[in-house]
Design a protein around this ligand. Structure first.
Ligand code: SF4
Length: 716
């Protein structure tokens, strides 16, 4: 079989200096043009890389009218200057940024694997794709041969073609002369990405130790949907250049020292703390269950007696190969990317097939418990099918559990769905998953995500019940777990005001990669006042933005606390470890930046993202509102399930002797106090960030970062 090439470019791969190639690969799928953009020298100083590059390209290249399926929408994949250095842990990360089908504003999702390091070795800091192809295509970038091509997507048979994992594997083998090796990687999106608004992008790479192709995912916000909407099925990158030292850092010894220091802390401390290197993120299931944070039945409850059936040791014993270090990129000794071999599927259209499964992450397990299901085999299969279809496990799970609660509360019935959709009903959850992926039956409603499914349910119910649409929508708003159009990730925030803000203020919507404060706040009580919460809600998003800009994984910093952090003023910031990151940055770039410089660099990016949100109508206080379910017990049954806890909380707030006699009055009072607290938090955070009370940056805040131009002024 020959690939039918539509257009090609022969090129000389630009070299890497001090972490950058200073080139972006631009591909327009409307005109099938391929070009190299040579960046001006100050571009990297202002926009750093990764998320910063995606923000700048999208801020300049799109408008307030751009939607996910507009030809001018850009799909940007970018690492950063610190990506691609196996001597430093976590350097395989990149971000995918675009205008989201769920939120209608900028979204980005970070993802691991070998794709971004190889793209950089191919000579590019970023790949920016515009236009919509009228036929399905693949893009191949081959620095060994010095050629970049757009070709008609080859077919490997109907079943293989529809699966993001199967297609990627077949394509990698095909373009690499029938072999898998570490010098080639791919990104793909499957049929589910085409049929839903929450499609993911898979990053496929060859794992020598496991002897198979593995995958990581850019899960949030529908990046895969944009990729398939553009007609792009896959991108492959190949380079056989050596990777160690490939960034050509200014101070090679400094890079080596910083990496060795971080690796030492990880290997000494992780086995005594979270044990991510042995257990992966499923270790979190037990902790979350213990502290009432694990979402059960659409976040109604945070704990369940059956949860022990899915604690990490179950996955370790039954599924994970125990002794393989599972880094998603070379050199990561935290190695949390667990996986399983030769699992025979029991459910769904591919039952009886034997597959390797990458995961589950905690989030995927939480998505399944949110449906009231505690079956480890189902979690494994849900994980595999979502990856194969190209679906976000979080959005799929949260939308399903929202619909289940609509049934519980009488807003939906078997008549509309076609079958029983009840808590814990594995068969119907499974059926809805497959219907959603292929765009059939009630899956068409689920495929739209919570925000749009809610509008559909409200309209049907209001019409049938003869009620005003507004009233029905208000009731559904209480338990529809979305903000700005994005589904919540898998942490119950009812008892952590700081994490409520972590979700509500997150610019892309409620994903914890901007601020994960739930343990610091709820469990360790390190943020006791509105002011300390507000400071954390400014500081953590800025440092986390930096990680997404430079091409690094955050976990070795945030999930492994340095032994010396305890004696610092703010242990949660883990400053002794951050010092290694700053050292690595300066050694690579030849700069002399302080941590404050790093935060300032990030703040510029953060404000550009805020401006994009304002441009798309998602930037003010009203867009930062969260559902009542996220603030406390939205319905009486939630209060009843923990009435002792809530009564004690209320007594603490009111003082002895002030408690209402009636439980329903207590519940109503808790609701009132929680809403007031969230509004006070908004005031404190906006002040801390230099925003107006409506959540809009003040002109002086923008001016500080040289962002107060005419375009920005029009949005204030
Ligand atoms: S800590 Fe986990 S996610 Fe991060 S780079 Fe290492 S293996 Fe990948």
């Amino acid at each position: 079989m020959e690939m039918k090439v539509i257009s090609s470019l022969e090129y000389q791969p630009p070299s890497i200096k001090a972490g950058y190639t200073d080139h972006i690969l631009q591909v327009d799928l409307e005109s099938y043009t391929i070009s190299q953009l040579n960046l001006p020298l100050d571009f990297k100083d202002r926009y750093i890389g990764g998320r910063g590059y995606a923000l700048k390209l999208i801020w300049d290249g799109t408008s307030e009218n751009t939607r996910y399926d507009s030809p001018e929408n850009l799909l940007v994949m970018a690492s950063g200057p610190l990506g691609n250095e196996p001597r430093f842990p976590g350097s395989g990360k990149f971000i995918v940024g675009t205008i989201s089908p769920l939120t209608d504003t900028f979204v980005d999702s970070n993802i691991g694997g070998h794709f971004a390091p190889l793209l950089k070795l191919c000579g590019f800091d970023a790949l920016a794709i515009s236009g919509i192809s009228h036929k399905e295509v693949v893009l191949t970038v081959d620095s060994d041969k010095g050629i970049i091509q757009i070709a008609e997507a080859p077919s490997f048979g109907e079943e293989t073609d529809s699966g993001a994992l199967s297609y990627g594997e077949a394509l990698l083998k095909y373009v690499n002369n029938g072999e898998f090796d570490e010098n080639i990687a791919a990104v793909t999106a499957g049929i589910g990405a085409l049929n839903t608004r929450f499609g993911i992008i898979n990053s496929l790479f060859y794992d020598r130790r496991r002897g198979r192709i593995r995958s990581k995912q850019a899960g949030r916000g529908g990046t895969g949907t944009v990729m398939r909407t553009k007609g792009l099925k896959a991108v492959t990158v190949r380079s056989s250049l050596p990777r160690i030292g490939a960034n050509n850092p200014v101070d090679a010894r400094g890079v080596k020292e910083a990496g060795a220091s971080l690796k030492r802390v990880v290997s000494q401390v992780d086995p005594r703390q979270l044990r991510l290197s042995s257990w992966g993120t499923p270790i979190l299931i037990e902790y979350m269950d213990k502290y009432h944070i694990l979402p059960v039945n659409n976040y109604q409850y945070g704990q369940h007696p059956d949860a022990k059936a899915i604690f990490a040791e179950v996955f370790l014993d039954r599924y994970f190969a125990k002794k393989i270090p599972d880094g998603c990129y070379k050199g990561c000794n935290l190695a949390c990317a667990k996986g399983a071999e030769d699992i025979t599927l029991q459910y769904g259209p591919q039952a009886h097939r034997k597959v390797g499964i990458d995961g589950p992450e905690y989030e995927t397990a939480g998505a399944v418990t949110s449906m009231g299901i505690f079956d480890p085999q189902f979690i494994m299969e849900y994980n595999w099918y979502c990856d194969q279809y190209g679906l976000d496990t979080i959005s799929m799970g949260v939308t399903t559990s929202f619909l289940m609660e609509c049934v519980q509360r009488g807003y939906l019935s078997e008549r509309e769905i076609g079958y029983e959709l009840a808590w814990g009903n594995l068969e119907s959850a499974n059926r809805l998953l497959h219907e959603t992926a292929i765009g059939k039956g009630f899956g068409k409603i689920c495929s739209q995500g919570v925000h749009r499914a809610k509008a559909w349910v409200a309209e049907q119910y209001a019409k049938n019940a003869g009620l005003p649409l507004d009233r029905v929508t208000q009731e559904l708003n209480k338990f529809s777990m979305e903000t700005k159009g994005l589904e919540f990730s898998m942490y119950i925030t009812k008892e952590s005001l700081a994490q409520q803000g972590g979700y509500g203020f997150a610019l892309k919507g409620p994903q914890h990669d901007e601020a994960w404060l739930i343990f610091i706040d709820q469990v360790h009580k390190e943020l006791p006042t509105f002011e300390t919460k507000a400071q954390a809600l400014k500081w953590f998003p800025l440092i986390r933005t930096w990680f997404n800009a430079v091409g690094l994984c955050k976990l070795p910093w945030i999930d492994v606390r340095h032994p010396e952090a305890a004696s610092t003023e703010n242990p949660a910031q883990n400053l002794p470890t951050l010092a290694y990151y700053v050292q690595y940055l300066n050694a690579t770039l030849g700069s002399n930046k302080t941590l404050q410089d790093v935060l300032d660099d990030s703040e510029r990016l953060y404000l550009i993202q805020k401006l994009i949100n304002l441009r798309h109508g998602k930037g003010t206080r009203s867009s930062d509102q969260i559902p009542l379910r996220a603030m406390g017990p939205a319905f009486f049954n939630e209060y009843e399930a923990r009435s002792d806890y809530y009564d004690a909380w209320l007594t603490d707030q009111l003082g002895e002797g002030q408690m209402p006699d009636e439980p329903r009055d207590r519940h109503a009072l808790i609701t009132k106090l929680r809403k007031e607290a969230y509004e006070r938090l908004c005031d404190a955070v906006y002040k801390e960030k230099g925003y107006s009370p409506d959540g809009v940056p003040m002109p002086e805040t923008l001016e500080k970062f040289d962002l107060l131009d005419e375009k920005a002024l029009n949005l204030l």
